[in-house]
Ligand binder design. Structure first.
Ligand SMILES: Nc1nc2c(ncn2[C@@H]2O[C@H](COP(=O)(O)OP(=O)(O)O)[C@@H](O)[C@H]2O)c(=O)[nH]1
Ligand SMILES: [Mg+2]
Length: 251
C-alpha cells in the first residue's frame, strides 16, 4: 500500500487512531476535532480514517479535515468492504506499535481513549495485547440493546472470553498481534477471544457511550445477529484448533 506521510509525521507516532467510516459525512469534522483535543497534550499520534466506499460526502469532508489536521491520514476503499476489513486496512496502514479503534459516529467519546492508555500503562501483565472498552450504559434503541445483550451473553458463554461487551469499538491493542490474527469479515466482534487464542492478555475498562448524533446505523437484525451466530461457531472452531507452542533452541 502506498503511504503518504504528512510533514508532521516523519517519525512513527506512539499511537495510531484507526476509524472505519461508512457514510458518516457530518461526523467527520467533530470526530477529528475531538480526537485531536483528547490526545494533543498526551502523546504523539496519527489518525487513520478509512473511508469504506461511502456514498455520501464523507470523502470530501475527510479531504477538508486533512487540510486542518496534520495528523490525519485518509485511506479509501473503492467499494464498501465492511467494518472489519476497513479496520484491517487502517491497521495495516498505521505506523504506531499500538492502535486504538473507535466508531466514526462519535458514539465512543474520543476523550475515553486516555482511559485505555492509562489502564495499559498501569498493567503489569507481560503479554498484555489489548485493553477493551466496555460500554457502561449503551445509548441505543431498546431493540439494539436487547439484541446486543443476547449476542454478548451467547458469545461469552460459548467462548469463555470473560468480556461483557465485545461490540464496543473503543479498543487499544498491539498492531503486530492484530495483524497475526485469522482474518474474516465481521471479525471485529470477536477480537478479545482471537487475541486470547493467540496467547495475548486482554483487560477491560468501562467507558462512556453516547447516542448517535447524526447519520444512520448500518446494522440491523439481519446483518448482526444471524451473521454473528455463524461467526461464533467459526471462532469456537478456531479456538479448539489453537496450539501455542513454547519453543526452545538448542545451544
Ligand atoms: N468501514 C465501514 N464501517 C462501517 C460499516 N458499517 C458500519 N461502519 C462503521 O462502524 C461504526 C459503527 O456502525 P453503526 O452503524 O454506528 O453501528 P451501531 O453503533 O451498532 O448502530 C460506525 O463508525 C460506522 O461508520 C461498513 O460497512 N464499513
Ligand atoms: Mg453507532
Amino acid at each position: 500500500m502506498e503511504t503518504k506521510l504528512p510533514n508532521a509525521l516523519t517519525q512513527a507516532p506512539a499511537l495510531s487512531v484507526v476509524v472505519p467510516m461508512k457514510d458518516e459525512m457530518d461526523n467527520v469534522a467533530p470526530l477529528v476535532r475531538e480526537i485531536e483535543a483528547a490526545l494533543r497534550n498526551h502523546c504523539t499520534f496519527e489518525i487513520v480514517c478509512v473511508d469504506d466506499g461511502s456514498e455520501d460526502a464523507t470523502a470530501d469532508k475527510l479531504r477538508a479535515a486533512k487540510s486542518q489536521c496534520e495528523e490525519l491520514r485518509v485511506l479509501e476503499h473503492e467499494f464498501c468492504c465492511g467494518q472489519s476489513t476497513a479496520t484491517r486496512t487502517g491497521v495495516q496502514g498505521a505506523r504506531a506499535p499500538w492502535i486504538v479503534t473507535l466508531d466514526g459516529d462519535l458514539q465512543n467519546p474520543p476523550s475515553e481513549i486516555v482511559k485505555l492508555i492509562v489502564a495499559r500503562d498501569s498493567c503489569a501483565e507481560q503479554n498484555l495485547a489489548m485493553v477493551a472498552g466496555q460500554r457502561l450504559k449503551r445509548e441505543d434503541s431498546l431493540f439494539k440493546k436487547l439484541s446486543s445483550q443476547i449476542a454478548n451473553k451467547a458469545r461469552s458463554a460459548v467462548l469463555g472470553d470473560g468480556i461483557r461487551d465485545t461490540g464496543c469499538s473503543l479498543k487499544l491493542f498491539r498492531r503486530d498481534v492484530f495483524l497475526e490474527l485469522p482474518y474474516f469479515d465481521h471479525m471485529h466482534r470477536f477480537l478479545p477471544a482471537l487475541i486470547q487464542r493467540a496467547g495475548g492478555h486482554v483487560i477491560t475498562v468501562d467507558v462512556e457511550h453516547r447516542p448517535r448524533a447524526t447519520g444512520l446505523t448500518k446494522y440491523g437484525l439481519g446483518n448482526r445477529l444471524w451473521t454473528g451466530i455463524v461467526d461464533l461457531m467459526g471462532v469456537l472452531w478456531l479456538k479448539r484448533r489453537a496450539k501455542q507452542p513454547i519453543i526452545k533452541e538448542l545451544d
